[in-house]
Ligand binder design. Structure first.
Ligand SMILES: O=C(O)CCC(=O)C(=O)O
Length: 382
């Protein structure tokens, strides 16, 4: 049904282009004027997403814990993004995960090619999103893999080198699932729900989790292109380990792009479409394939958390690497509004659909701006 067997054109590795020393980027990577990094209102240079210290976050109702939860609540409503420090994941493991993946991207091409992905599952080493022939591409390569559910976890699809790569990914995934679970609890409580509510709505123990490692090679004309086009994340929560030395992530805030200044050993957390708490807007339709089935869709509940648009800029001096960990709903349960958040004043806006159905749309189209939730066209691979 899906025509996803192969890419529409031969894959070109952006890293190979970059390393070839070419002075100008190929036309395929030149963005229209309106999408280029400098096309928007200049950013406020000092602005940054909130940085929240999780030290005080405990199960007891202490004042510190309450204040931390309040900070998370405001960040979810105002930004849809925040950084967390003292989050419980060891700094050593964070550095090891980043450097292990950097090692992978610096392996000889023939080793990486053994893991080349296809649009059918996206698992493996990739260089484009979406299957539209002739699409303008982003200046990045990536590696995508499933961590959960266990039925999708397949070590053979994870890189076998550098040494201990699989062990490091495993350990890192374990810690991030724990952190994701803690944040889900906070979000539930902040919404006035039972602490396990969102987790249960995501499938309890059977959540999905996957990793996308983004590699942005140096770019000779960074003003003309993007490392990753603007999008919102279709899943639940994203926990991003950014490159601590090279900024690049930009978050849209009040019509401006704000460049995130990563704090040392912080994770950047953002709300995905499935948690966006939907204000009252009109409903929409997702056309999954031309002239075929279409779905009306809906996210988890009806309040005010934001799944915010973001993008990545590149630069000519330094490569950049980031690890995005996606904490997603189980793929086949219907995602629908939380009953307690629906009322006569705030009726459910859309009938349920599964995360798999939602994600299929993403895989067909590639990143295209504001989230599916609002514009119904921001396909990504997560
Ligand atoms: O590289 C980054 O900082 C962000 C990556 C991202 O937005 C994604 O993988 O969805």
């Amino acid at each position: 049904m899906n025509g996803l067997q192969d890419w529409p054109e031969p894959i070109v590795r952006v890293q190979s282009l970059s390393e070839s020393g070419l002075p100008m980027i190929p036309d395929r990577y030149v963005k229209p004027l309106s999408d280029r990094p400098s096309s928007n209102r200049p950013e406020n240079g000092d602005a940054n997403i909130p940085i929240i210290d999780l030290t005080g976050l405990t199960d007891d109702e202490t004042e510190l814990s309450r204040s931390t939860m309040d900070q998370i609540s405001s960040a979810c409503r105002d930004w849809g993004f925040f950084q967390v420090v003292n989050h419980g994941v060891s700094p050593g493991l964070m550095d090891q995960a980043r450097e292990t993946w950097r090692g992978f991207f610096h392996l000889p091409m023939e080793i990486k090619q053994a893991y080349a992905n296809s649009p059918k599952t996206y698992e493996g080493y990739g260089s484009r999103l979406g299957i539209e022939k002739g699409a303008i591409l982003d200046w990045s390569d990536y590696y995508y893999l499933h961590y959960l559910p266990l039925t999708l976890k397949d070590y053979n699809k994870w890189p076998g080198s550098p040494d201990y790569c699989r062990e490091v990914i495993d350990e890192y995934g374990k810690e991030l699932v724990k952190l994701g679970g803690r944040i889900m609890k906070v979000l539930s409580i902040n919404l006035g729900l039972n602490e396990s509510h969102l987790q249960n709505a995501f499938g309890g123990e059977n959540i999905g989790a996957c990793v996308r490692v983004n590699f942005y090679p140096k770019c000779p004309q960074p003003d003309l292109t993007l490392g990753l086009s603007s999008h919102s994340d279709p899943g639940g929560l994203t926990i991003l380990l950014p490159d601590h030395e090279v900024p690049g992530l930009q978050v849209r805030k009040d019509g401006r792009w704000i460049t995130v200044k990563p704090a040392r050993h912080a994770f950047i957390v953002n709300i995905g479409d499935q948690i966006q708490l939907q204000p009252q807007t009109q409903s929409g339709t997702l056309n999954l394939e031309p002239e075929s089935k279409s779905f009306e869709f809906k996210v988890l509940s009806n309040a005010n958390y934001k799944s915010v648009e973001h993008r990545v800029i590149v630069n000519s001096g330094m490569e950049r690497l980031s690890l995005a960990f996606f904490y997603n709903p189980k793929s086949d349960i219907p995602i629908k509004p939380v009953r307690e958040l629906v009322s006569a004043d705030k009726p459910a806006l859309y009938p349920p659909m599964t995360f798999d159905e939602y994600r299929l749309f993403i895989r067909l189209n590639g990143p295209k701006g504001k989230s599916q939730v609002e514009s119904l066209k921001s396909p990504r691979c997560h």
